[in-house]
Design a protein around this ligand. Structure first.
Ligand SMILES: Nc1ncnc2c1ncn2[C@@H]1O[C@H](COP(=O)(O)OP(=O)(O)O)[C@@H](O)[C@H]1O
Ligand SMILES: [Mg+2]
Length: 264
């Protein structure tokens, strides 16, 4: 059974979408079957990194939550160069970036139970080793209900007091939801700060493991989401650090989830 990992944060702008795209690319490059699900329905964006236009597609995650298709029908093969039919082992389940798709969600939310029910089915159907959820930041109810059934919840934070304070409350919430594995991923660490010190402080503050401490890189900021960083900058130290996170994620033991709906 593949790993289900939610990448979350208290605030936006921590680097979630960019890190999800690079994590997926690097895991796929190792031959793993990987999918990225853009569960940030209110502010979709990870499709941009893959040069993918969800608005022209018949089915997306937005259509799934609206009850118009199954989750696996909204999965598309992609690759890091934005070619329409990727190398075969990297999939994207995008969300629709239109006002018509976003407005009803703002008012009514969606049925997180239905999402949770179909995630295992998706992992089985696509035979995934890794399913990464790029989530909506903060305390969105549906997002947290899905985080609760993940094998691992990765909370991305910057060395920033607002992130630190908000993350503390997020961790409290995750504990109440009995999220099995909480891991921290510190991003945008400026040169001059020792990564080991930053990681040790975060572990000490929250009592949970740090899965990576990633440097702020001008190359990433300048790229401005115009592609998958790890693909564009294969030899950059940030890519090497993200690759270590892939190793750590793949080493985790998946937790027992209920069998997928429709399974014998
Ligand atoms: N390690 C990093 N160094 C420099 N810039 C980064 C880094 N990680 C992310 N960024 C930049 O931060 C911005 C926000 O990233 P994004 O992935 O959209 O965050 P989120 O999905 O958490 O809102 C993007 O412009 C991205 O290029
Ligand atoms: Mg994002």
């Amino acid at each position: 059974m593949g790993q289900l990992v939610s990448i979350h944060s208290y605030r936006g702008g921590t680097g979630k979408s960019n890190l999800v795209a690079s994590l997926a690319f690097l895991a796929a490059r190792r031959g793993k079957r990987v999918a990225v699900l853009d569960s940030d329905l209110q502010a979709p964006g990870v499709h941009v990194l893959f040069g993918f236009n969800p608005n022209g597609m018949p089915n997306t995650f937005s259509d799934f939550v609206a009850g118009k298709c199954d989750l696996s029908e909204a999965a598309y093969r992609v690759d890091a160069d934005g070619a329409p039919n990727g190398s075969g082992n990297l999939f994207l389940i995008p969300s629709r970036l239109t006002l018509d798709a976003i407005m009803p969600l703002l008012a009514d939310g969606y049925d997180a139970g239905r999402v949770n029910d179909q995630l295992s089915t998706l992992i089985n159907k696509l035979q995934l080793d890794l399913l990464l959820l790029d989530s909506h930041p903060g305390f969105n109810e549906e997002t947290l209900l899905t985080a609760a059934i993940c094998d691992t919840l990765v909370i991305v934070l910057r060395p920033d007091q607002q992130d630190y304070h908000g993350t503390a409350v997020l961790v409290e919430m995750a504990a109440r939801l009995h999220v099995p594995n909480i891991r921290f991923l510190v991003n945008k660490v400026m040169s001059g700060l020792e990564p080991e010190d930053v990681g040790a402080k975060v572990e000490q503050a929250y009592g949970k493991p740090v899965i990576g401490v990633l440097p702020f890189r001008a190359e990433m900021a300048t790229l401005g989401s115009k592609g998958v960083f790890a693909s564009k900058f294969p030899r950059d130290p940030l890519t090497a650090a993200i690759d270590q996170v892939v190793t750590a994620l793949l080493e985790q033991e998946p937790t027992d989830r209920p069998p997928p709906k429709g399974a014998a």
